[in-house]
Design a protein. Sequence first.
Lengths: 223, 223
Amino acid sequence: MKRIKVSNNVIRRMPRYLRKLDDLSAAGVERISSGELGRQMGLTPSQIRQDFSCFGEFGQQGYGYNVVALRGEIAKILGMDRSYSAVLVGVGNIGRALMENFCFEQYGFTLKGAFDINPELIGQEVHGVTVHNFSELEPVLSQLQPDVAVLCVPKSMANSIANEVAKAGVPAIWNFTNIELQFEEEAPIIENIHFSDSLLTLGYYLAESMDEAAARAARSNHA
Amino acid sequence: MKRIKVSNNVIRRMPRYLRKLDDLSAAGVERISSGELGRQMGLTPSQIRQDFSCFGEFGQQGYGYNVVALRGEIAKILGMDRSYSAVLVGVGNIGRALMENFCFEQYGFTLKGAFDINPELIGQEVHGVTVHNFSELEPVLSQLQPDVAVLCVPKSMANSIANEVAKAGVPAIWNFTNIELQFEEEAPIIENIHFSDSLLTLGYYLAESMDEAAARAARSNHA
DNA sequence: TAGATTGTTAATCGATTAACAATC
DNA sequence: TAGATTGTTAATCGATTAACAATC
């Protein structure tokens, strides 16, 4: 697999391709062309072929792409075959929801442990994963050597905990706290889930569509 | 406020500006230049000035931007002053987590109701919000006329429910289900929170960084 | 074989960055 | 006033789209 500088835009389309290919596969579709895939996903065939060509040659002239094979290539690109290990910090509402409902395994991640300060949780298992005392963060991290820390702690503690985690050598953070993490030393890989940013974006487009509707109404009143 | 075609990239930076300005404001900073803001956010001063200029003239030559005033302008751009109404469909783990922990009000949204099929939940209040029987979706929607439906239902039902919601005239959907929603009629405004896409993106960058580290190690072994 | 469709190179489009006159 | 910094116009850069030879 080629690994040259691939733009973030391309990377972020990969999970969408994966999802689409899973759907096609489940529907029994065996092969698909960039034209048809583009039609179904709202992308141009050119873009699809360019995207895939960043990583290799997965198609066949005159035929298109084999759905299952292409799915496998994309899964590999996204590291789904690597069995990453993860820990979760902060077993509050969102943390617990992730532990109980999010299928980490499906994406190649195994949750190896969790941390909290709540004495009622410490030592318990949540969905088969042990909750450690947060005060044991450093030694447990150096024992588990996780690839990712899922950060679900309250806002006020998020940055200092993120720095602790990074200092312990965890190479990536999946950040569910609503802040921009800042690091003293070299920053790990960060992937943010910012609920509020998402809702505010929705708020923008709602405002826009309401303003447009109002403008249309005003125009037709004048007529 | 100008409202011309503003690119999605610009829109998605707006919530980040808002967050930063809140931080600055809390830290007692009164004014800031595009240069300093850029340094703190990892953006170029040019980009910041371009971004703001899509919506108006919020600064002052030789001075910069007043933090509180700029914050207010951005809040307005994002519709935070409009008091949108919302309903939540699917009071499962993630839905409940949102109802109990996500501060809708802070972003200008009020949760007016929720829906579920679980008889133990129907009629109850969760965090002050009534859970309606899902079978009452249509009449309750037409009564509440919400601006947004927060979609937290299982994957298998997501698309048909999204279509029902759209058909009932709800103009926007905040989608927490891990699928690409498809609409028969005109599509509402959609904003997706795709956990799995985010984690897979992280997986890509982890794979990349591991491959780089391995390549470095191989090179130094040869030396 | 002929038609279809790829992978890639070239052209276009849009977004970011730089430059600078205006002005607080 | 002089220095600082904006808003905007022009230049650059990167991403998307189009075109097409290669080939299954």
